[in-house]
Design a binder for this molecule. Structure first.
Ligand code: ADP
Ligand code: MG
Length: 408
């Protein structure tokens, strides 16, 4: 049993994979909900970080003689079979990582899933097709989700939730299945929760948070929740332009969420100077590999240009704030790092965080992908979270349905 790490006041223990292994799993069918939602280019996996992070649980269970049934989602196929989102390439990669055959079912709970799981012998691993091919997975209707969860639960005798990136979703495979089977928290979920807890409970100071990414509206909740706890909040990425607009600056064709300007103005006023915005910005007319770029003051973005990265002075200022930080949380790239002329800001800030010898945590799918894509040493960070939305919702103090249900 482990202490519970989500909502205060709820039951204070959660059963873990270690408890399940101690019970003995030989001959038992164990459903493992993993987060294998990797970026794909056609059927080529461009970043296998989540597969690598998820492998230890099926590996340990298979090694202990369980009949393992891995269940996961990929992208947003909207409740229908869509070959672009097939998990088959992911099953192939997981098989390589595990060094074991992974038997792939062509459906989620249909004939193929039933035949495949029924044929498992002790130590075998199977993977179901993308759970979001079934409308019941994400349905808002409890009965529809429940009916699908009944079918999923029928394939197993126990349920391990290791899909940290999905624990903020009230989905059948994350929530309802755990109501129907003995349920256990997987190692990845436990590790993620213990790291995030360090960020919310008495962090070492100075505590510096760096936020970027595209949408300010996605991150307002976390800004509100973290502002009272942090010493500095550094804001870059597409979201900084709504803040710059709130200060009265023109932002040209940059990302702007006009309906959030008032909220940003209030946050700036309430933040007691904790919020630091970019002082210079890399602008261009379009997002292209051969774009002509220019560095301009953040207060002087030309009307016909878009702000697509933070500038070198900002990287230096953010770097200075990060030097000597004892706790750092970073979510969201500083610019359109996927396109070379706009990657320097993200690279510079990532290097500053990597060089900081405090406790450094990176959250967010694109931020984690940026670290690997820019060739940084992953081990230079204390923790790279596999969950973007889930880690933000945890930091906001919201109840995560996939964790709450493990506590029951
Ligand atoms: P994460 O997945 O790490 O939480 P987000 O999904 O919030 O991050 O944002 C990532 C996206 O933000 C990236 O695709 C990046 O191109 C985009 N982005 C960053 N800065 C800008 C900008 N100035 N203008 C437009 N898009 C931006
Ligand atoms: Mg993202």
């Amino acid at each position: 049993m482990s202490p519970c790490w989500s909502a205060p006041g709820s039951a204070d223990v959660v059963k873990t994979l270690d408890d399940l292994l101690a019970e003995g799993v030989a001959g038992r069918r164990v459903l493992v909900r993993s987060d294998l939602n990797v970026p794909l280019d056609g059927d080529k996996i461009t970043d296998d970080g989540r597969i690598i992070a998820s492998a230890p649980v099926p590996d340990a269970l298979a090694g202990a003689g369980a009949r393992v049934v891995v269940c996961a989602h990929l992208g947003r196929p909207k409740g229908v079979r869509d070959p672009r989102y097939s998990l088959r390439p992911v099953a192939t990669r997981l098989s390589e990582v595990l060094g074991r055959e992974v038997r792939f079912a062509n459906d989620v709970v249909g004939e193929s899933a039933q035949i495949t799981t029924a044929a498992l012998v002790d130590g075998d691993v199977a993977m179901l097709e993308n759970v979001r091919f079934e409308a019941g997975e994400t349905s808002k209707d409890d009965a529809e989700r429940g009916a699908f969860a009944d079918q999923l639960a029928a394939l197993a005798d126990a349920d391990v939730d290791d899909a940290f990136g999905a624990v903020h979703r009230k989905h059948a495979s994350v929530y309802d299945v755990a109501q129907r089977l003995p349920h256990y928290a997987g190692w990845l979920v436990l590790r993620e929760l213990s790291v995030l807890r360090r960020l919310t409970e008495d962090p070492d100071r100075p505590y510096v948070v760096v936020l970027g990414g595209s949408k300010v509206s996605d991150k307002l909740g976390v800004i509100e929740a973290l502002l009272p706890k942090v010493d500095r909040l550094l804001v870059g990425g597409g979201m900084c332009f709504t803040f710059l607009a709130a200060q009265g600056h023109g932002v040209g064709g940059s990302l702007l969420e006009a309906d959030q300007v008032d909220t940003c103005r209030r946050l700036l006023a309430e933040s007691q100077d904790k919020i630091t915005l970019p002082t210079d910005v890399v602008v261009a007319a379009e997002v292209t590999e051969d774009a002509e770029t220019e560095v301009v003051p953040a207060s002087a973005i030309p009307p016909d240009r878009k702000g697509l990265d933070v500038g070198p002075a900002t990287v230096a200022e953010f770097g200075a704030a990060l030097t000597g930080a004892r706790t750092v949380f970073w979510n969201g790239p500083m610019g359109v790092f996927e396109v070379a002329p706009f990657a320097s800001g993200t690279l510079g800030v990532a290097l500053a965080i990597a060089g900081c010898d405090g406790f450094t945590v990176v959250g967010g799918g694109d931020s984690a992908a940026a670290i690997r894509q820019l060739g940084l040493d992953e081990t230079a960070f204390s923790h790279i979270s596999t969950g973007g939305g889930a880690s933000l919702e945890f930091l906001e103090g919201r109840t995560l349905p996939g964790i709450a249900i493990l506590e029951t």
